[in-house]
Design a protein around this ligand. Sequence first.
Ligand code: ADP
Length: 484
Amino acid sequence: MIESPLLPKLTGYIGGRWSESPDGNTFDVYNPATGEVVASVASMSESEVQQAVEAGKSALRLTSPYTIETRRKWLEDIRDALKANKEEVGRILCMEHGKPLKEAQGEVDYAAGFFDYCSKHIQALDAHTLTEKPKDCTWTVHYRPIGVAGLITPWNFPIGMIAKKLSAALAAGCPSVIKPASETPLTMIALFTLMDKHVDLPDGMVNLVMGKASVIGKVLCEHPDVPMLSFTGSTEVGRKLIVDTADQVKKLALELGGNAPYIVFDDADLDAAADNLIANKFRGGGQTCVCANRIFVHEKVVEEFGQKLADRVNRMTVGDGLTEDVDLGPLINKAGFDKVKRHVEDALEKGGQLVAGKKPSDLGEGHLFFPPTVISGITPDMCCSREETFGPLVPMATFRSEEEVIEAGNDTEFGLASYVFTGDAERAQRVAAGLRFGHCGWNTGTGPTPEAPFGGMKASGIGREGGLEGLFEFVEAQTVPRGF
Ligand code: ADP
C-alpha cells in the first residue's frame, strides 16, 4: 500500500472538505509495474456527485465576480505548490501510472507551467470597450464564467491533463467537478491535498469525484447546473458525451483520440528524425494521444532510418519506473498490453518484418512490460495502420511522393498530432498545410506546451487547451451596449 503525506484521505472532496463516503464503496488502484494494489479509493454515489455540483454552484459568483487578482493568486499558489512538491507528486504518479520517475516528475513541472501561463495571461479575460459605436452605443465585452464545469481526465497524464483544464477554469472563475480516471486517482488526490493546504480557494470551487464513469458521467451530462464538460479521452466516450448532452445544448471541449503520422523525407536529418521519434514514441510507454502511430519513411532512406531506430531501441531499458535509468515502464493494464500484442502479431502475420524488439515473454511471464518494437513493411490493411496502438510499437511504411504521403497521412478519421521531417522549408509548409491535424511538428517530435493552443481536427475533438485559445474556453462573451 502506498503511504504519502499527500494522501491523507482516499475519498472525494466536496465543498472544501474531504467527503465521508457514507456507503463505504471503494475501488482498487494498482501499480502496473508490480501488479500490487496500492490503494483502495472511495467509489462515490450519484447523490455525492450531485452534492459536488451543488457545492460548485454555491461557489459561482456572477454579480460580484472573483477579481482577476484573486484568480491570479489561486493560479500562482497552485503552481508554487506543485513545484515545491514535485518529487512526491511524481512518485505517486509513477506508482499508479508506471512511467519512469524522472518523466513523472517532469510531468509535474509541465502541469505547473499551465497554471503559470494562465496566471501571466489572465488579464486577457478582463472586460474591454469597443471603439466602434454602432447605433451610438458604447459596447463593453465581458468574459463571463460559463458556470460549474465538469472536468474528466484520462490516466495517461494524471497531472498534466487536469492542469490544462483546471488552470483555464479557475482563470475564468468557473467552479469545477473533477473526475480522474480510475487507474490514476491518487495523483489527483495529491493535487487536492495541495490545494486544500496551500491555496485559498472558496469552498466548492474545486470538487473531486471518483468511481464509476457511468454514474458520474450521467450526473455531469444531465445536471442543468453543469453547462460545460471538458473531457480528454477516447473518441468513443467523446461521442457518447455529445449525444448525452445534446438535449441541454451543453458546451463541450473534447480532446479525443489520435493516429499521428510521422513523415520522414529523404532530405531529412535522419539522426534528428530518429532521436525525435524515440522521444516522441516512447514517452509514457507509447501511451499518449500525440505519439507517432504511423511512420512513413521515404523509400530511399527506409533501411538507413530503420537501422538508426534499431540502434537506439536496442539500447533502451524496460522496467519499474521507480528503478533508476529505466526508459520505458509497463503498460497501464492487461487490455492495453493485449492490444499492443495484437497489433505486433497482426503486422508480422501480414508480412511486416521485425527490425528490432524482443517478445514480451523474454522479459518473464504475467507482467505488463512490452519491449520497444520496430516493424517495417507496414501496409494500410494492418491493425496498426487503422487503430491507435497506444504502446511501444514503431510501424514503418514507405512512400515515394509528397502528394502520396499527405493523402496517406490524412487517411484516418483522426486529426490530432502529425510530424514532418524535411530539410526543404517550402515542402514543410505545403505538407503542414495539407495535413488535417491540429498540431504539425516540423523537424521536431515535440507535443503540446502551455503557451500554444492544442487540440484536434476531425474526430480528434473540439476546442483547444493551452495558449490564449485555451484560456478562453471556460468563458462566454457577453456584450453590454450602453445607450446613454
Ligand atoms: P481511455 O482510453 O484513456 O481510458 P476513456 O475515454 O475510456 O479513455 O476514459 C477517459 C476518462 O473518461 C476516464 O476518466 C473515464 O473514467 C471517463 N469516462 C469513461 N466513460 C465515461 C462516460 N460515459 N461518462 C463520463 N466519463 C467517462
